[in-house]
Design a protein around this ligand. Structure first.
Ligand code: PMP
Length: 405
């Protein structure tokens, strides 16, 4: 086989469909979020970042940066091993305590990333619970899908955010079998929010475990940043709350929280937890500092929500089409991969604004979009600049369309 020719033809297919991914080379600067230096063959230039998952700008927060520096001074760079073999650092233990407390659970377990936490935890639960059937929301993230797949458990996909469909599907399964319902609180691309209480009602009625991914909600919702489950007073009804340390907490890593027995079970059987070097102590220290700060301070959350509302209002006033939702994610809908990329390129090249285009398979074909994520640190001038730039491009597209007709 001509391997190189095969790679070429597969990549050419992505180019043809307009969904070849181009990484934007950014240099973030401490204390300067949401501005960053963009490196390109044309040189370097400052840009405003409008698509970061560092939702609150905590990645640049002095409390977090200081905690990481201090941990490096005390412990050096790496963890020195897997959790089982010399790699459990005291900072990991403290971080797990912080996380269990955040969600009001007995225990927590940290993983290399949010992706790995879903893959490893669902993979282990699905594989080892006897005759397990996993009920998965059709909008679930790739990491959950991969975890469920690798567990080889029977999988039932229920309609997005539809407790009735879940109920129907659960009713068809023999009562004696283990069951687990996996879903998200805030869905990352549409920004819609799950009816957690109704899903818990249905799961409870059928004796199913509940597994909630709060990756896009932790740090952002709830009085202490415990996510939508905290805001709705539902954390106690969820058997597993999973989250990331890489988005609102703005460092790196993932975790699950739950009962001591459940966490001990995953800790003991999940190969994606056992056989990998643990997070650097400084990463654990930074994440713990970020969580602690956001438990006590609601300032960032309040300002974040205010900025989101302002961006939405400005886009609405300019007739830029967004998807309505009740979260902090502002999807500007384009509906075509090539156009989406062209708009993103214009924003970057002409206006110094960085918003990555979101194409299939991240979102369904025909729903390609710019996923805008306002932060507490975007100024009024930044918002005006973004909306003016989009309006200019929108007008131009309109003119192009008229010219073609
Ligand atoms: N779950 C969801 C819903 C996500 O969107 C993501 C990442 N985009 C993850 C899990 C994975 O988290 P991490 O980036 O920490 O690997």
């Amino acid at each position: 086989m001509d391997y190189e020719a095969f790679f070429d033809s597969e990549i050419a297919g992505l180019h043809r469909e307009g969904r070849y991914r181009v990484f934007t080379d950014l240099e973030r600067q401490a204390g300067r979020f949401p501005y960053a230096t963009h490196h390109s063959p044309a040189g370097q230039r400052e840009v405003t970042v409008w698509c970061s998952n560092d939702y609150l700008g905590m990645g640049q927060h002095p409390v977090v940066v200081r905690a990481m520096h201090e941990a490096i001074e005390r412990c050096g760079a790496g963890a020195g091993g897997t959790r089982n073999i010399s790699g459990t650092n005291h900072y990991h233990v403290l971080l797990e305590q912080e996380l269990a407390d955040l969600h009001g659970k007995e225990a927590a377990l940290i993983f290399s990333s949010g992706y790995v936490s879903n893959w490893a935890a669902l993979g282990t639960l699905g594989a080892r619970l006897p005759g397990c059937v996993i009920f998965s929301d059709e909008g679930n993230h790739a990491s959950m899908i991969e975890g469920i797949r690798s567990s080889r458990a029977e999988r039932q996909i229920f309609r997005h955010n539809d407790p009735e469909d879940l109920n129907r599907k659960l009713s068809l399964i023999e009562p004696g079998r283990a069951k687990l319902v996996a879903f998200e609180s805030v869905y990352s691309m549409d920004g819609d929010i799950a009816p957690i209480d109704e899903i818990c009602d249905v799961a409870e009625a059928h004796g199913a475990l509940t597994y909630l991914d709060e990756v896009h909600a932790v740090g952002l919702y709830g009085v202490r940043g415990g996510g939508i489950s905290e805001r709705m007073g539902l954390a106690h009804r969820l058997d597993v709350i999973e989250g990331t340390l890489g988005k609102a907490f703005a460092v790196h890593g993932g975790y699950i929280t739950g009962s001591s027995r459940l966490c001990d079970f995953v800790r003991s059987f999940a190969s994606g937890f056992i056989f990998t070097t643990s997070l650097p102590p400084a990463v654990a220290a930074g994440a713990a500092a970020s969580i602690r700060h956001l438990k006590e301070s609601g300032v960032e959350r309040a300002r974040h929500q205010e900025r989101v509302a302002r961006v939405r209002q400005a886009l609405d006033a300019a007739d830029i089409p967004t998807l309505a939702n009740r979260s902090h994610i502002v999807p500007v809908m384009v509906g075509d991969p090539v156009l989406c990329k062209a708009i993103s390129d214009s924003l970057l090249d002409e206006f110094g604004i960085y918003v990555q285009p979101i194409n299939y398979p991240t979102v369904p074909r025909g729903t390609e979009r710019l996923r805008i994520t306002p932060s507490p640190l975007h100024s009024n001038a930044d918002i005006d600049h973004l909306v003016e730039a989009l309006s200019t491009i929108w007008r131009r597209i309109g003119l192009h369309r008229q010219a073609a007709e």
